[in-house]
Design a binder for this molecule. Structure first.
Ligand code: SAM
Length: 232
C-alpha cells in the first residue's frame, strides 16, 4: 500500500520518486503485480503494474477498494522532542488515529524547528503500514502563547499535567466531541505556562498516573485513552 501525492482516477498512472524506488528496488514489482494506492482524497484503489522501468513504473488503476476514512477529531499538540523520540511519537500518533499534529514551542522546548519534511515522511510510512486511508495533518510549529490565544471555542483541551489533574480517562469520557491533547517538552511546562493553559476555558488538566512519563510515552498514553473514551 502506497500513498501518491495527487488524486487517483481509474486508468494508467505513472509512479516515480521514492514510491517507485520502493516498488522496483525493494518489492521487485513486475508487470501484472497488484498494488494498493491511496491519495488522501478519494481513498484506496487497486492497481496493476503494466510497465516497470529502472526509476519509474506505470500502473493501471482499476477499482476503488475503500473510501477515505472518517478520522476521529483529535489533535495532538506536543512540544517537539529530540530526533529519535519525535520520530517515534509521530509514527505512534498516526497509528493510533490522530487527525492533526501540532508542534508547540514552549519555554523549555529544546528543538524549536522540527524537520517537518522528515516527520511527514514518517507519517506517510506509518499510514501505509497501519492501513490508514487518511493522512494526519502536520501543522507548522506554533508558540504555546499563540496556540492558547486562538484556541477554538468548540474544542476541549486536555492538558497532561504531571503535577496533578483529573484522571484522564474519566475526564475524556465526560467531554466527547472535538478535542486536543497538550503535552509538554522533556523539561515540562513552566509554572507560568501551566497557569496560562489552565486559564483557557476549554482546558482540563488531566493526570496520566503518579509517575512522571517521558513526553513521548505521555503523548501515546493520552491519545490511547482518548481513543478508548471517544474514538471510533
Ligand atoms: N524528563 C522526561 C522526558 O525527558 O521526557 C519527562 C518529561 S514530562 C515532564 C513531559 C510532559 O509529559 C509533561 O509536560 C506532561 O505534559 C506529560 N506528563 C508526563 N507524565 C505525566 C503524568 N503522570 N500525568 C500527566 N502528564 C504527564
Amino acid at each position: 500500500r502506497l500513498f501518491v501525492d495527487s488524486e487517483l482516477v481509474p486508468g494508467p498512472r505513472r509512479i516515480d520518486g521514492p514510491a517507485a524506488h520502493y516498488l522496483i528496488a525493494v518489492m521487485r514489482i513486475a508487470p501484472g503485480d497488484p498494488v494498493k494506492l491511496c491519495d488522501d482524497v478519494t481513498g484506496e484503489w487497486l492497481a496493476t503494474a503494466t510497465q516497470v522501468g529502472k526509476r519509474d513504473l506505470t500502473v493501471d488503476v482499476s477499482t476503488r477498494l475503500r473510501p477515505r476514512e472518517p478520522v476521529p477529531d483529535l489533535w495532538l499538540c506536543a512540544a517537539p522532542l529530540k530526533k529519535g523520540r519525535i520520530d517515534w511519537l509521530v509514527e505512534k500518533a498516526c497509528e493510533l488515529g490522530v487527525d492533526r499534529l501540532v508542534p508547540v514551542v514552549t519555554q523549555r522546548t529544546i528543538v524549536d524547528r522540527p524537520k517537518l519534511d522528515r516527520l511527514r515522511s514518517h507519517i506517510v510510512e506509518a499510514a501505509e503500514q497501519c492501513a490508514r486511508t487518511a493522512l494526519p495533518v502536520l501543522a507548522e510549529s506554533t508558540k504555546l502563547t499563540a496556540l492558547l490565544r486562538d484556541w477554538p471555542a468548540e474544542r476541549a483541551l486536555f492538558f497532561a499535567d504531571e503535577s496533578g489533574g483529573a484522571p484522564a480517562l474519566a475526564a475524556m469520557r465526560e467531554r466527547p466531541g472535538p478535542a486536543a491533547i497538550l503535552i509538554g517538552p522533556e523539561g515540562g511546562f513552566t509554572d507560568e505556562e501551566r497557569s496560562a493553559i489552565r486559564a483557557v476555558p476549554q482546558a482540563v488538566a488531566v493526570s496520566l498516573g503518579p509517575r512522571i512519563l517521558r513526553a513521548d510515552t505521555a503523548a501515546t498514553a493520552a491519545v490511547s485513552l482518548w481513543m478508548a473514551a471517544c474514538g471510533d
